[in-house]
Write a protein that binds this ligand. Structure first.
Ligand code: PRX
Length: 649
């Protein structure tokens, strides 16, 4: 659970929708009420009407098939294409020459693509994919820096019905190999390098290492981000992006795909060591992403919208690429770190492009607070009209700072709760309709039936803690875990049959506002990134000197949670600072820099129950320096606890 519980419990401030929004918003209070009632009384009719906002080659036969629950089929028989919805349908409108993507690289280079230009590039690249033998249903790994080419690659896959699996550029070669193998990817699209805080991320080199263990991959397309980096190109396997694009036609009609055709796989951490390939399909996902983008961000045609996530995460999929482009928005995309070359980089971008809607994460907001108000204050942020937050609970202090210092006290904040699995925002205020309370994602969106329940599935009384669940299916819900349907059923649908289990703890206040507290499983939220404690443990025990490891989260002011590892060494190995450094580097190499442990504690034994289960709650208390108020009667070895505490002093 998160660190913010106490401050959140005391929170009582309420911010009603501002005058700028009431009356000018897409969804006002009365309209929200009407939509909620409609969804409650005519669930399928409600969703069918919303789906009219997309372009269908053939409108569905049936809105929802839930007969094989928990496997939902939405808009069955419908024919649709995500890339067509994001591009082609704007070309016959005034949006044709509107900026689709305004991109800025970390070194300061820039590029703008209109909808027409983006369409041209996507069509050519899609033909390039076909030329390399990629067909409908083939899996394609995308391991790219934050450049427009990442979006082009995704949309080109979608255009021909190939299923993309985007891997965040911060993941290691090992992680890329695991995901290639799990998805049986046929092709990898990457770049020579990526830029991060002035440093080079050797993407192609990582791919080369990954491909030694990825037998299914036949070809690699390499985008030349930095030129002259001298990467090795393997003849017959590797091809430069620009070479592929030099000789292909720009005529590539979008495939008419079944509404349930897979659009992408996105790996995310669960409570075991093996990441889950969350599978999303086309029609329902596109509806969820585009509708929520329009509603929650109150998107207008003249908005300049910037979501600061990476396309490697679900936020980048739904709110940089598919949602905003389907709505014909102008999207700002930035490649690098928020503090490069200086701590005002974000505010420089907001000022330069006159950003109107900004969507970022609490971990970034906490870093900005730490860096000082002078950085945003140097810039004219008056273009901003709406601010968003995602990825973890936002503490009221950070919310207030965001509201006042960035939003000048005038911009509503939409705190959006959702997950990789949900595909789109589920709980969030609609800015012209719902008063906000700092730290609460407020209420479920129309059509979403989320509740807080106890172990038996009974709704808990106001202000009591419970589990967040979703009682009805929704269009952008995940369809399965790729290659492991049993895990899909066990993880999300076995606690409460027919009801989706989010694995988040929450409470609902007397006004029905939902306050999400954090995960109730062994998933950490480190700087808004999901990591399983077991993944880090498996990486640690892979090290030749490690006998056993237990990993827990510790509250951290900046990262939300820090990674704290308890490690026992194999006989004959002595604890040392250099071994600590070695183990941290080892985990970063196995998973990626985002998983680098913050703390390693050596111990002779780990506290276990008589049945041999590691007592994580105790370790969490030790990691957080809390006095344990917990029941220790099931502890196998009381001495271990005393010793771990003593080592703490
Ligand atoms: O614990 C919740 C937290 O992030 C988890 C989902 O992580 P991921 O699949 O990586 O998706 C992140 C971006 C959608 C959730 O189970 N979380 C996400 N948004 C919020 C949040 N917790 C509280 N408030 C939020 N707004």
């Amino acid at each position: 659970m998160s660190a913010n519980i106490t401050s959140v419990l005391k929170e009582s401030r309420v911010f009603p929708p501002s005058n700028e929004f009431v009356g000018h918003t897409l969804v006002n209070e009365a309209e929200r009420h009407r939509l909620c009632e409609w969804a409650a009384s005519d669930f399928e009719g409600f969703w069918a009407a919303q789906a009219e906002s997309l372009h269908w080659f053939y409108k569905w036969d049936k809105v929802l098939d839930w007969s094989n629950a928990p496997h939902a089929k939405w808009f069955t028989g419908g024919l649709i294409n995500a890339s067509y919805n994001c591009l082609d349908r704007h070309l016959t409108t005034a949006r044709k020459n509107k900026a689709a993507i305004i991109w800025e690289g970390e070194p300061g280079d820039t590029k703008t693509l209109t909808y027409q230009q983006l369409h041209h590039q996507v069509c050519k690249f899609a033909n390039g994919l076909k030329q390399l033998g990629i067909q409908k249903g083939d899996r394609v790994t995308i391991y790219m820096p934050m450049t427009p080419e990442a979006a082009i690659a995704m949309l080109a896959c979608a255009r021909i019905g190939a299923v993309h699996s985007v891997i965040f550029g911060g993941f290691s070669a090992e992680a890329v190999a695991d995901r290639n193998n799990d998805a049986k990817a046929k092709l990898v699209i990457t770049a020579d390098i990526g830029w991060r805080r002035g440093n080079v991320i050797p993407l192609k080199q990582n791919v080369d290492a990954a491909l030694e263990k990825s037998p299914t991959v036949e070809k690699v397309i390499v985008f030349n981000r930095a030129r002259n980096t001298g990467v090795h190109m393997k003849p017959g396997r590797d091809i430069w992006w620009h070479d592929l694009m030099s000789d292909v036609s720009a005529n590539c009609p979008a495939e008419h795909l079944d509404s349930e055709h897979p659009l992408f796989i996105l790996y995310t951490s669960g409570s075991t060591g093996k990441p889950k390939g969350v599978l999303h399909t086309t029609g329902g996902y596109m509806l969820g992403a585009s509708l929520t983008h329009k509603w929650v961000f109150d998107i207008k045609d003249d908005d300049v919208y910037w979501c600061t996530a990476d396309v490697g995460w679900v936020t980048g999929h739904s709110y940089i690429v598919y949602g905003p482009l389907a709505n014909g928005s102008t999207v700002v995309m930035y490649e690098g770190a928020p503090n490069h070359p200086k701590e005002d980089r974000f505010w420089d971008i907001v000022e330069k492009y006159r950003v109107t809607v900004l969507y970022t994460a609490p971990t970034a907001i906490r870093a900005f607070i730490k860096w000082g108000d002078e950085h945003p204050k140097k810039h004219d942020l008056s273009s901003l009209r709406l601010l968003g937050s995602v990825g973890e609970p936002i503490n009221p202090e950070a919310w207030m700072w965001y509201h006042e210092v960035i939003g000048g006290g005038r911009c509503p904040i939409v705190d959006t709760w959702w997950q990789t699995e949900t595909g789109a925002i589920m709980i969030a205020p609609l800015p012209g309709a719902v008063p906000t309370k700092p730290g609460s994602a407020t209420k479920p969106l129309p059509g979403i039936f989320a509740e807080v329940v106890d172990k038996e599935g009974k709704v808990v009384p106001a202000n009591s803690g419970g589990f967040l669940v979703v009682k009805k299916p929704w269009p952008s819900m995940m369809r399965t875990i790729y290659g492991d349907d049993q895990r899909f059923k066990d993880t999300y649908w076995s606690n409460y049959p027919g009801i989706y289990f989010t694995a988040d703890g929450a409470r609902q206040d007397e006004d029905g506002y939902i306050w999400v507290m954090g995960r109730v499983d062994d998933v950490l939220n480190v700087s808004g990134h999901r990591l399983s404690t077991m993944e880090v443990e498996s990486a640690l025990v892979n090290h030749p000197k490690v006998a056993e490891a237990a990993v827990v989260g510790r509250p951290d002011d900046l990262k939300g949670e820090a990674i704290c590892c308890f490690v026992t060494l194999k006989q004959g190995n002595a604890p040392s600072d250099s071994l600590k450094a070695d183990l941290k580097a080892h985990v970063a190499k196995e998973i990626g820099a985002l998983a680098r442990p913050d703390e390693i504690k050596f111990t002779d034994t780990l506290p276990k129950t008589r049945s041999g289960k590691i007592m994580r709650r105790l370790l969490r208390d030790i990691a957080a320096n809390r006095e344990g108020a917990q029941d220790t009667t099931t502890l196998e070895d009381y001495g271990v606890l005393a010793k771990l505490r003593a080592d703490e002093e």
